[in-house]
Design a binder for this molecule. Structure first.
Ligand code: GLN
Length: 291
């Protein structure tokens, strides 16, 4: 790395080879190398190849080397660069926020389809995001739904603060409010409720990939002894906060659709399943049986 003649292209290829040798077969070494190097030198990752012949300074080479070592030690790219793209938008992470997952875009799509069926994307609805984290779900929806306002709540103060910063950076701060604590919501306030709550069974967290178990916050993953604690808490308050005729969209683990739907049925709600791109059950779309 101390070679004064190194270019971004030569460093990128070397980095991809090193990551390929060090990571497991379902990782993405070439993409990781591109994202890490782009962040280290302050260029857009999509345009990095256009700068392949640019020389790399010793200071940049040192930053790239540190990033590669962290990735090889099991840290995910998103934590190293402190950001993750979701719904085509850049979300800044905090230690208290889950890294937004591509599967969760299924939830955004389901909500947009709901608006399309219910009179269009100009409907002036209030959205509530429970456990907002980076704000990825709520902020993505606010950018697509120009007449909505959003409230994001999170048990973590750091997450609520980060979501507010992301809303500011992405131009929706004037239509959103982020608060710490889950139950500060008024009765009948939410036309559309969204949530990606913690749903991993406590006892299996230690078996998850290091990029998740060592770097995502436990509060955002741990769903309790059967993985359903957060759903029970949300369902217990759902009838109070949901406006008449409202809907809720909950992300679920691939094997949780039937059990969460049964909890919902006890509370007087019916649920429809949406699948993710891998074909797994991923989102429940919920309405009152009586509506
Ligand atoms: N889908 C996340 C994972 O891959 C879990 C997020 C959650 O519990 N909501 O670990």
């Amino acid at each position: 790395m101390s070679d004064g003649g190194a270019t971004l292209g030569s460093i990128r290829r070397m980095a991809a080879r090193r990551l390929a040798a060090a990571l497991s077969s379902d990782d993405t070494p070439a993409l990781d190398a591109r994202l890490l190097i782009a962040a280290a030198v302050g260029l857009d990752a999509d345009r990095l190849v256009l700068a392949d012949y640019r020389a790399v300074t010793p200071a940049e080479a040192a930053v790239i080397e540190r990033y590669l070592e962290r990735r090889i030690a099991g840290e995910p790219v998103a934590r190293i660069i402190g950001a993750k793209e979701f719904w085509g938008l850049p979300f800044v992470l905090a230690p208290e926020t889950l890294v937004p997952r591509p599967d969760t875009e299924t939830l955004v799509e389901a909500v947009l389809a709901y608006f399309d069926r219910r009179g269009g994307r100009e409907r002036p609805f209030t959205l509530v995001d429970i456990g907002t984290g980076t704000g990825a779900i709520l902020i993505s929806l606010l950018t697509e739904l120009p007449s909505t306002v959003g409230i994001g709540v999170d048990l973590s103060e750091g997450a609520a603060r980060q979501a507010r910063d992301n809303a500011e950076a992405l131009g929706v701060a004037d239509r959103s409010l982020f608060i710490k604590g889950l139950w500060g919501l008024a009765a009948g306030q939410a036309d559309v409720i969204v949530s990606n709550p913690p749903y991993i069974v406590s006892s299996i967290i230690e078996t998850l990939d290091a990029t998740v178990k060592d770097h995502d916050p436990r509060l955002a993953l741990d769903g309790g002894p059967d993985g359903l604690d957060a759903y029970r808490a949300i369902i217990a308050d759902l009838d109070r906060i949901m406006a008449p005729g409202g809907a809720a969209f909950l992300e679920i683990g691939y094997d949780q659709a039937a059990t969460v739907a049964a909890l919902l049925a006890e509370g007087g709600f019916e649920a429809m399943v949406h699948r993710d791109l891998a074909g797994h059950d991923r989102v429940l779309e919920i309405s009152r049986v009586s509506d």
